[in-house]
Design a binder for this molecule. Structure first.
Ligand code: ADP
Ligand code: MG
Length: 348
């Protein structure tokens, strides 16, 4: 082996730091879609349009009608650790937005060609501005209030990562799934997805969660599930509410691809929640089949840490046993309750 050689310690240049961070946040085009839709929702968008070329590898564009970004903050939005969402550690404890790390745009910018187009409601800003991420050039554009983020040639700078991408069709499917997860959390927001100039999915603003579930997962999902809605009190006095729908045992399937868990509106893959759900089916579901469910946990934000993983898909509960029980009991109660419209027996 070659002898180790001492090299001087140096601070890495900013762009390289962002490129390294991007490795954690951006696995594939769908990761970019997730981050950009997070941002649109944080900005209060009611309508979000996602446009893709080549499964998102050539282009991901996310357009929203949210609050917009002021022209003098466009460049700042691309800087690392620049965010409008928290300003102190105390705010991190109770953060209610999807984002707060101020890393996504910087990371995506460092591994793609990124352009921001935005118009804030601030009158002094005029009709809108676009910022070319590479050249830093700021140009006036005509547009409505809101933001469009365009990401081209993802991973052009990191060919190793680019090589891991699957076919366009597979990447598109992952992008659609990323939007679906958001759509399930926000029925009141409209979503549209275009691929290669064709509309591939559209979910109009829905009047209820059930309507959105039917739209995104199929009417079957509603017909073969029961409503979940219970509230329990944690030892510290705060409440844990579990809402959503849990599939009847007959609806279980070979794959766990219809299991959606949300914590305070954030999609998560959490072992505690999934285990709790699974154990609620212990007595009614045998073998390897997977129940279907969409569960929404509402919990005091101070009782859950969302800053566990860069993509925030994992969370940590302060009282995970209480959460486990709340979810398990919520589903058990829902499954035990007589179903509306169900025959209650042969009497009479
Ligand atoms: P974070 O979401 O963690 O704050 P991002 O890098 O995703 O970090 O975004 C940086 C900042 O850019 C945000 O805090 C927000 O102020 C602004 N921003 C990004 N996307 C949008 C958008 N679609 N609409 C309005 N503001 C946005
Ligand atoms: Mg963000």
């Amino acid at each position: 082996a070659p002898a180790a050689q001492r090299r001087p310690i140096r601070e890495l240049p900013d762009e390289l730091v962002s490129q390294i961070a991007a490795g954690e946040v951006v696995e594939r085009p769908a990761s970019v879609v997730r981050e950009l839709v997070d941002n649109a929702l944080d900005a209060g968008a009611r309508q979000i349009v996602v446009r893709l070329l080549a499964g998102g590898v050539r282009l991901i564009s996310v357009e929203d009608d949210g609050l917009g970004i002021a022209s003098d903050e466009l460049a700042l939005a691309l800087r690392r650790h620049a965010t409008s969402k928290i300003a102190s550690l105390a705010e991190l404890e109770t953060v209610g937005t999807m984002g707060f790390r101020g890393e996504a745009l910087a990371a995506i910018h460092s591994i793609s060609e990124l352009t921001l187009h935005s118009r804030s409601s601030q009158a002094a800003d005029g009709g809108g501005w676009s910022l070319d991420g590479r050249s830093g050039e700021l140009r006036p554009v005509a547009r409505g209030v809101g933001t469009t983020v365009e990401v081209r040639e993802l991973f052009f700078a990191t060919p190793a990562r680019r090589k891991f991408l699957k076919t366009d069709a597979t990447e598109l499917a992952h992008c659609i799934e990323a939007v679906r997860r958001h759509a399930l959390a926000r029925p009141e927001v409209g979503f549209a997805i275009w691929h290669e100039g064709k509309l591939v999915e559209q979910w109009r603003p829905a009047a209820s969660l059930d309507a959105r579930l039917a739209d995104t997962l199929g009417a079957d999902f509603i017909e073969r599930s029961v409503a979940v809605d219970s509230e329990s009190r944690a030892a510290n006095g705060s409440t844990i509410r579990v809402r959503g729908r849990a599939g009847i045992p007959d609806a279980a399937r070979a794959r766990g691809d219809q299991q959606f868990c949300y914590v305070n509106g954030r999609f998560v893959r959490d072992k505690v929640l999934m285990h709790a759900a699974r154990s609620a089916y212990e007595d009614v579901l045998h073998g390897q089949r997977q129940p279907i469910y969409a569960l929404y946990l509402e919990i005091d934000p101070a009782r859950v840490d969302v800053n566990v993983h860069p993509t925030k898909i994992e969370v940590r509960f302060r009282e995970s046993r209480e959460v486990h029980q709340a979810v398990r009991h919520a589903i058990e109660d829902a499954l035990a309750a007589p179903r509306a419209g169900q025959a209650t027996g042969a009497v009479g």
